[in-house]
Design a protein around this ligand. Structure first.
Ligand code: XLS
Ligand code: NI
Ligand code: NI
Length: 436
């Protein structure tokens, strides 16, 4: 059985190709800065959008045509869908995938039934991983869809919702380990608030930290050595999510002694919703040694919600890859397409076009970023901008030889600081454009 009979394996045909079902930039074996593109980019397909998304929006039901899916919540349908997912990922040539527990298997009427369903589908996932060599980038648990989580999971005022969520994470960690997953992600789901009149922030944050510590402890217990990630997002579904941006997450992780256990999984549209750029978020995480993985997508500047569109903007992907290369590359992380086709792109083939476009945009971003680095002008100008900290007074301050009084003395003698130099913003923007 094949779900995509008309599609062959997607191949690299080079920049001149006019074939919409070929890569023009992503050439998996091509070496950039000493590593293959495959290893730099570590592309990953998400199960929740690509195999569970129906294209529904608040104004109408799903439109997606998925002939392999009988629309039922049966385990058999879920197992069949898993096989289709691997056919797709294999034809696309992405080395990784990611899923939530409830994406892959139907929720049962009790926890043990849900666990049983999950085991039955995980068996197929394992078989398919072995058959294709495709690996699990990270696993996660859906702690936000079921009505029991209406007030949050780890931050719920209902301690039994917390307990149920803990049980779900325990099981999700076990299957992630079983499938050789390289990481495990916590996105806040409904961990936040809609209304401060009914919310005890301090208590909820303490609970969230306890919850994450329990996960870290259990991972150790079962021998799961994958990387934990926390994924910032400022709003949606709640008015305010606790993990609002990279800086807020880092502060939380430091406050609760979790900083050594979790890195950040950064998503472009979440950065936009936070009033930041993805570049900013990557630099905030990277400069704290916490750049873990990327949820690659983009928002729409005219729409104020998480539209999760496929990224095609070369300027954006260039910035992403400049930061990734600067901080030593993706280790356990990847470029994970947390993105969905538009409601109007309802045919199965649109899933191919969408991923090919995203992969090519990132491959191009990688090549451009490497060119900018090889050229060296950008880095040279940055080094030059801070050069008066390299010797004399600047170097003395940096090593801690001064205090307010000694600096006052110097300035009283000099009378005025040395003149500033231009920031050259426009020149630098023009310089970047010469590489695009
Ligand atoms: C939602 C998040 C979600 C996480 C995984 O906005 O991006 O998809 O990546 O739970
Ligand atoms: Ni995400
Ligand atoms: Ni998102």
């Amino acid at each position: 059985m094949t779900a995509f009979p008309e599609i062959d394996r997607i191949r690299y045909e080079g920049p001149e190709s006019k074939n919409p079902l070929a890569f023009r930039h992503y050439n998996a074996d091509e070496v950039v800065e000493g590593r293959s593109m495959r290893d730099h980019l570590r592309f990953s397909v998400v199960y929740w959008h690509t195999f569970r998304g129906q294209g529904a929006d608040p104004f109408g039901p799903g439109t997606a045509l998925r002939p392999w899916d009988d629309g039922s919540e049966s385990v058999e349908n879920a197992q069949n869908r898993a096989r289709v997912a691997f056919e797709f990922i294999e034809k696309l040539g992405a080395p990784y995938y990611a899923f939530h527990d409830r994406d892959v298997a139907p929720e049962g009427s009790t926890l043990s039934e849900s666990n049983k369903n999950l085991d039955a589908v995980v068996e197929v996932l394992q078989e398919e991983q072995e058959r294709t060599g495709i690996k699990l980038l990270w696993g996660t648990a859906n702690l936000f869809s079921n009505p029991r989580y209406m007030h949050g999971a780890a931050t719920s005022p209902n301690c039994e919702a917390f307990a149920y969520a803990a049980a779900q994470v325990k099981k999700a960690l076990e299957v992630t380990l079983q499938l050789g997953g390289e990481g495990y992600t916590f996105w806040g789901g409904r961990e936040g608030y809609q209304n401060l009149w009914n919310t005890d922030i301090a208590r909820e944050l303490d609970h969230l930290a306890q919850f994450l510590h329990m996960a870290v402890d259990y991972a150790k217990e079962i021998g799961f050595e994958g990387q934990f990630y926390i994924e910032p997002k400022p709003k949606e579904p709640t008015k305010h999510q606790y993990d609002s941006d990279a800086a807020a997450c880092l502060n939380f992780l430091r406050q609760y002694d979790l900083i050594d256990h979790l890195k950040l999984n950064l998503e472009t549209n979440h950065a936009t919703l936070a009033g930041h750029t993805m570049h900013h978020e990557l630099e905030v995480a990277g400069s704290s040694g916490a750049l873990g993985s990327l949820d690659a997508n983009t928002g729409d500047l005219l729409l104020g919600w998480d539209t999760d569109q496929f990224p095609t903007d070369i300027y954006l992907t260039t910035q992403c890859m400049l930061s990734v290369l600067k901080y030593g590359g993706l280790k356990t992380g990847g470029v994970n397409f947390d993105a969905k086709v538009r409601r109007e792109s309802f045919e199965p083939i649109d899933l191919f076009y969408a991923h090919i476009g995203g992969m090519d945009a990132f491959a191009r971003g990688l090549k451009i970023a490497a060119d900018i680095r090889a050229d060296g002008q950008l880095q040279g100008l940055l080094v030059e901008r801070y050069s008066n900290w390299d010797s004399g007074l600047g170097a003395e301050i940096e090593v801690g030889q001064h205090n307010l009084a000694s600096l006052e003395k110097i300035m009283l003698e000099k009378g005025e600081a040395e003149a500033n130099r231009s920031g050259r913003q426009e020149m630098l923007e023009n310089l970047i454009n010469t590489f695009l």
